[in-house]
Ligand binder design. Sequence first.
Ligand code: AVI
Length: 347
Amino acid sequence: MTSRFAHPVAPRPGPGRSPAPRGTGPALPDEMRAEVIAGLKAPQKTLPPKLFYDERGAALFHEITALDEYYLTRTELGIMRAHAGDMADLMGAERALVELGSGEALKVRLLLDRLRRPAAYVPVDISAEQLQRVAADIARTYPGLLVVPVAADYTAPFSLPELPPPAREARRVAYFPGSTIGNFHLSEAVAFLRRIARLCGPGGALLLGADLRKDPNVLHAAYNDAAGVTAAFNMNMLVRLNRELGTSFDPARFRHYAYYNPVAGRVEMHLVSLARQTVSVDGECVRFERGESVWTESSYKYAPRQLDALARDAGFDVAHAWTDPREWFCVLYLVVRGGDSDAQARP
Ligand code: AVI
């Protein structure tokens, strides 16, 4: 995802400046490199959250999902277990199910178990290795199901490969769980959902998981767990940049800081400098004042009517919404407006 606060520039050594030293590991992909450098030079320093997910970051995120304080994953799973049958009924028979950011593809199995004669399962993920492994496993578990993995960054425009008939004619239903929509700023979220509406096309739909607004203390705990896993996940960005971009961050001189901003309705994660210091980035010195932060992630929490408005702005109608008994999390079934969908839109 691109950050609203980062202004991508083509990185090039300035006059009299030697090329940036690279780190010891594989180099950061070029598009990310430009975004990172621009973000660190901006007045409010930022780093894009997609930088979290190197191998170590993905493992730490997996640990986060099992933490007592991190209610999101288990609450969404509870909703899926309780209502996957109703969701599959609304979707209808012979659909091509396109999962955005499929990861380990755990929740989608609850849908695949109940979908009537699914035409295809199309997992989309940036991590090609994991994608192949997970796609092979799904194909083994659901014999006869057409599984077409697509290695792509779904946050950037991408197209789906043409499926063989009869899947080619099947209506498309996208699945975007996990409240990852909350990691987009609001204007980015609308633009992203518009692209998904276009991708699904007339008669298409989207099943979307989103975290809801709640007691700020619950939110605070979820992003400040006692075991420090979220802090390690946040700090891992600096370790990755040292390795893949050759920066000189000293993680001991930064601290994880996460808080809920009730005005903006989002949890903000930052890395705060504990001292006045300079860090070498792309052959230049980036200065940090003591207490200055790098903003690494926003995690928006929605009120139900904000989700309705977001869906409508993006060209969807809300056909149904399911929540848990505490109303902490929500799964919405959105149908592409104007398409002749079988599902009735909620008045
Ligand atoms: C992936 N995403 C929905 C997580 C979230 O809650 O915003 C990422 C995360 N950041 C800190 N903990 C988990």
